[in-house]
Write a protein that binds this ligand. Structure first.
Ligand SMILES: [Fe+2]
Length: 337
């Protein structure tokens, strides 16, 4: 009997250990005491916010990802294509990322100041810290319902103030302004209601007393160098994504000997190629090499559509399509380096 109990206990221990070893995300520890931000943010709010709300985002995210291919992605990769994720993954990946950033950019009132690089960028983009404060508080005040106000670094390397609803953030393809957040203000009621009730404005005044400008500055410098900015820039290029979609939906069936999609959609693919050529090419990709490759893509799509309307044989269509597919990947590759 004792042996069986020991055996059962070992199994329980091993599966608990395996479960925690496999769970990709965990709750980060606060670098300060829950009461350290008082009187601006009270200890009880911090405790519930961190230990309950953030923990729930982590648990729900791990549960939603368990056993799926998505477990292998980084949180940024998960969020990048938020429009394609389930609502649970979108909300909880954002919830985990946003709160991890939030704890990091808060600190007991130390009157820290932005480092030189960030200070200069604030002056360049907003003229002064006062204007930045006004814009961020305005974004936070006017965010209807739950959400976040953000200071982000855009793919052009500029600072920008924006806001998102619920647990979305500017990394996600669902956000209207994209970039890497370096400062985020949580305007969910769970962030302030115990102390400030419905007075969001008072909470916003207080939060400026506990911002850790050292960490915001570090995040700014890191964001400028982060290759993920280019990924966001490419991901925001709608016409490139649109072309990719038609290419994927017509090319892969051909590999399985199904020519129906390309027979029906070669005209649409040509229009998407033209739209790509006429689109505003994001700054980092606006090179002669990429422009030339896009021109060739249009030429290839024109030829493909022409032979399709003349009912070309499958083999001929396949050959042209393979060339067009290669050309698209050449553009895709050029945008990834
Ligand atoms: Fe929150």
């Amino acid at each position: 009997m004792r042996k069986i109990k020991f055996w059962l206990a070992s199994i329980a221990f091993i599966s608990a250990a395996q479960a925690s070893a496999q769970a990709p995300y965990s709750l980060p520890k606060l670098k300060y005491d829950v009461k350290a931000l008082e009187p601006y943010i009270d200890g009880q709010t911090m405790e519930i916010h961190h230990d309950k709300h953030h923990q729930a985002y982590v648990n729900n995210l791990n549960k939603a990802l368990a056993g799926s291919e998505l477990e292998k992605l980084t949180i940024e990769q998960l969020m990048l294509n938020a429009s394609k994720r389930s609502e649970v993954i979108r909300n909880n990946s954002g919830g985990h990322y946003n709160h991890t950033l939030f704890w990091d950019i808060l600190a007991p009132a130390t009157e820290s100041k932005p480092m030189d690089e960030l200070q200069k960028a604030i002056e360049l983009n907003f003229k002064s810290m006062d204007t930045l404060k006004k814009l961020l508080n305005q974004a936070a005040m006017t965010r209807f319902g739950s959400g976040w106000a953000w200071l982000i670094v855009t793919p052009e390397g500029k600072l920008m103030v924006t806001s998102t609803s619920n647990q979305d953030n500017p990394i996600m393809d669902v956000a209207k302004d994209r970039g890497i957040p370096i400062l985020g203000i949580d305007v969910w009621e769970h962030a302030y209601y115990l102390k400030y009730q419905n007075k969001r404005g008072d909470y916003l005044e207080s939060i400026w007393k506990v911002l850790d400008w050292n960490n915001v500055s570090k995040r700014y410098i890191e964001a400028l160098k982060d290759p993920f900015l280019k990924v966001i820039e490419k991901n925001s290029w709608k016409e490139l994504n649109d072309f990719h979609m038609v290419m994927a939906q017509t090319f892969h069936p051909i590999e399985e000997n199904n020519f129906t999609p390309i027979r029906e959609r070669s005209g649409e693919m040509l229009l998407k190629a033209i739209a790509l050529k006429n689109s505003k090419i994001p700054n980092s990709f606006n090179t002669a090499e990429i422009k030339k490759a896009i021109d060739e893509l249009v030429t290839g799509a024109t030829a493909l559509h022409k032979i399709n309307t003349k009912k070309a044989k499958d083999e001929v269509l396949k050959e042209k399509m393979e060339k067009l597919h290669d050309k698209f990947h050449e553009i895709n590759g050029l945008c990834s380096h």
